[in-house]
Ligand binder design. Structure first.
Ligand code: SF4
Length: 308
């Protein structure tokens, strides 16, 4: 039997990148340490505030809500609110939203659900049907980000926390390198406050996806069997994910190295000259004359003006 490297109990998890074998308690402590350390780097919580937590009901955002509740419970000056987005993905999203609401209720955290159908008069399913040549994630992700920021701002949130894990972050870095999209790359973790944008934080960005799944399972916070979004196979991200997983299998620590390298480049580059302005159509903050959401909706023959 393999024993935990921190105590004599049986090991439950082997971290190949660190070489450590950990029992459930020491594994939990290790994951939560990484999250606390990441939260400290944002320097946002000195004076308390309201943290809006973007929730899909999947294992990552569920683990995020659970950990933030645990970490911030002793702080009476910090409140949490869960923000759920219903993009309109038939046969998939209903289940994950139920799961998200039930976890938020269990943790006694207020929650609010926003619907693409009410805000944009469309759904990811209908956008996918109209744009067969394009991965629906292009639309879905941009509109969701827009909606989350708007909702968090209207609630007066100090920060908007998302459940992006190490795998997501490493994939995004590689994806944007491959697409040559430097601007998007540098917007990954904004270093300076932008008007109209609630500061985005990613407390899980140093925790591998596999470890979040184990953490969620160990703490009984994610009912199994939701499957994944039906549009995942359409996305280039899936190919990147497979490439990175294969690199990680042969060279443990690759994902951490990719993220560390990107963080160093970002530090060297400084805050950059990216200026925010108001979208000429909907008034939301953007780096361009017309925000990406309005551009995408226009391509579909719709507009923010059609918001109900
Ligand atoms: Fe939307 Fe793509 Fe995520 Fe599905 S995988 S919820 S289509 S961004």
């Amino acid at each position: 039997m393999i024993r935990c490297d921190r105590c004599s109990l049986p090991s439950a998890v082997h971290q190949r990148y660190s070489g450590l074998h950990l029992c459930p308690d020491h594994f939990t402590a290790d994951v939560e340490r990484k999250v606390r350390e990441t939260l400290r780097t944002y320097r946002l919580f000195g004076r308390g505030g309201l943290v809006a937590v973007a929730m899909s009901g999947g294992k990552d955002s569920s683990a995020l809500l659970y950990m933030l509740k645990k970490i911030f419970s002793p702080r009476r000056d910090i409140q949490l609110v869960a923000v759920l987005v219903d993009e309109g993905i038939d046969g998939y999203r209903e289940q994950t939203l139920l799961s998200a609401r039930s976890l938020a209720d269990r943790l006694k955290i207020p929650h609010r659900t926003l619907h693409f159908s009410q805000e944009f008069a469309t759904s990811t399913d209908s956008m996918a049907a109209r744009t067969r040549a394009e991965a629906p994630c292009t639309y879905c992700g941009v509109l969701r980000k827009n909606l989350l920021n708007r909702a968090a701002r209207e609630m007066g949130a100090t920060a908007l926390a998302t459940g992006h894990n190490l795998d997501d972050e490493a994939q995004t870095v590689l994806l944007n390198y491959l697409r040559g999209d430097v601007e998007r790359l540098f917007r990954l973790v904004p270093r300076t406050p932008k008007e109209g944008m609630v500061p985005r934080i990613k407390p899980l960005r140093r925790v591998p996806e596999r470890e979040l799944a184990i953490y969620a399972h160990l703490h009984g916070i994610y009912p199994q069997g939701h499957g994944s979004c039906p549009y995942v196979p359409w996305a280039m991200r899936l190919e990147i994910k497979e490439i990175l997983n294969s690199l990680e299998a042969g060279h443990p620590g690759t994902k951490y190295a990719l993220l560390r390298g990107f963080d160093k480049i970002q530090d060297l580059a400084g805050p950059g000259s990216f200026q925010m302005r108001q979208c000429g159509r909907c008034g939301e903050p953007t780096g361009q004359e017309v925000c990406q959401s309005c551009q995408l909706l226009e391509r579909l023959g719709m507009g923010m003006g059609q918001r109900l």
